[in-house]
Ligand binder design. Structure first.
Ligand code: UD1
Length: 429
């Protein structure tokens, strides 16, 4: 397994370019199952999860081409993916692929909508809490799906066609909103999703579905109304920039006392993380093509509490906590979206961080200096928090099991090296 080696103490400076958002690209790829025509996605990040989703869609009969593009200076541009599911000839999403990535559950709604049956392995993914899928299943059964659990598989079918329904989500689940929205665009009649998720990635999916001919109103609100259509058609859509990747580089710059331009980042999607950085003494400004982060003073402790969008994203909690480990004072970090999302805490403690956890709250007492150590990456975002902490730690930090990072960060060591970090990858033979 690959390892990442970081030698801390270098201030980050320069420009880092943000990739397309993983969490937007994944549902957008699944949306290709809703039409027999071609869907072309621009600005798709080159990540392990994207490859896994491609492999999964291929097993259902989708044809996928990855188009490399160069600009006039012969520089490689972000990937374009062309996806076409002119025929769906397999309704089963098998254990091997689904267990690698929880987002695979998103094929359930589109399979039911397009071919009326689906057999999807119960999902795995990051080990952050139990993460049930009851909200997805309950919404689909309200739309007429008959669902049973057989040998670790969700078996679902619709006698005739999915029908519109009035669905009120008990929690604004991102995945359930996306799944139900994709089911509803091809259902008969009107579907209303109340208490829907409003994350930018959900909005991006809605916009792409509109281009494909869907009829959705209330986009960006928690009340979506979808009028089902008989068929959708092909489209071309550009994936939004990854707000979590941008936030991760912002925390990285702050912990090193550096100053970087995060090119391509959208500050509108990062309101609370940027506010948190400002509260901790970091200067944040909008630039022509992104955001500038400049940490010229010691970091002040500030409390963080995760919430649904536009609240502080749970996917940036671990990285923000890494920053708080060297802050002046004590901060409370509250995780309200997932249970058991503090797996980075014992690893940060190995670097000398002073953190105590009680329930969903971690109390972080800032220390003068972290010291390098050997660490283990436990899940995607926790792993990036260890890299961030390693950038500030004295001496060498070696992070094992970095395949977690590769699920969600494109060329992280190359991007960090370009802005002055000492970071290398040891590839296992
Ligand atoms: C998505 C993101 C993930 C992010 C999360 C919250 C993708 C591919 N992943 O995950 O990176 O951390 O949003 O912003 O977009 N829940 C239930 N029952 C359900 C569904 C969810 O109880 O049927 C609970 C979950 O256990 C969790 C909470 O709701 O506690 C939020 O989950 P959800 O919004 O569904 O997250 P994901 O879509 O899985």
């Amino acid at each position: 397994m690959d390892k990442i080696r970081v030698i801390g103490g270098r201030k980050l400076s320069g420009n880092v370019t943000i990739s397309g958002a993983k969490n937007a690209a994944l549902p957008l790829m699944v949306a290709s199952m809703l039409t027999a025509d071609r869907l072309v996605l621009e600005n798709v990040p080159d990540l392990a999860d994207i490859k896994t989703m491609g492999d999964l869609l291929t097993t259902h009969g989708c044809k996928i081409d990855s188009l490399e593009k160069k600009n006039s200076l012969n520089q490689t541009l972000p990937k374009e993916l062309s996806l076409q599911a002119d025929r769906i000839d397999n309704a089963t999403a098998g254990y091997d692929l689904v267990s690698r990535m929880r987002a695979s559950i998103l094929v359930l709604g589109p399979l039911l909508a397009r071919i009326g049956s689906a057999r999807v392995s119960l999902p795995g993914g990051c080990a952050i809490g139990t993460r049930p899928i009851d909200i997805h299943l309950s919404g689909l059964s309200q739309m007429g799906a008959e669902i049973s659990l057989v040998d670790g598989y969700i078996e679902a079918s619709v006698p005739t066609k999915l029908r519109g329904a009035n669905i009120s989500l008990p929690f604004p689940s991102v995945g359930a909103t996306e799944n139900l929205m994709m089911a509803a665009v091809l259902a008969s009649g009107e579907t209303r999703i109340k208490n829907a998720a409003r994350e930018p990635e959900v909005v991006d999916l809605s916009k792409c579905l509109l281009k494909m001919g869907a009829n959705i109103s209330g986009i960006g609100s928690d009340d979506l109304i979808i009028e089902g259509k008989n068929i959708l058609h092909g489209a071309r859509h550009q994936v939004i920039p990854d707000r979590i990747e941008a936030g991760t580089y912002a925390m990285a710059a702050a912990i090193t006392g550096g100053s970087i331009n995060i090119v391509g980042a959208d500050s509108d999607h990062l309101e609370l993380p940027l506010e948190m950085l400002i509260r901790s003494g970091v200067t944040v400004s909008n630039t022509q093509d992104g955001i500038n982060i400049a940490a010229t003073r010691p970091i002040e402790a500030t409390d963080i509490s995760t919430n649904i969008y536009p609240g502080f994203p749970t996917d940036l909690q671990a990285q923000a906590m890494a920053l708080m480990t060297i802050a002046k004072g004590t901060s409370a970090v509250t995780e309200s979206i997932f249970e058991n999302r503090f797996m980075h805490v014992p690893e940060l403690a190995r670097l000398g961080a002073n953190i105590s956890v009680k329930g969903g709250v971690a109390v972080v007492r800032g220390v003068e200096q972290l010291k390098g150590a050997r660490l283990m990456a436990t899940d995607l975002r926790a792993s990036s928090s260890l890299v961030i902490a390693g950038l500030a730690a004295e001496g060498e930090t070696v992070i094992d099991r970095v395949y977690h990072i590769d699920r969600g960060y494109e060329r992280i060591e190359e991007k960090l090296s370009k802005i002055g970090a000492y970071i290398t990858r040891e590839t296992a033979s």
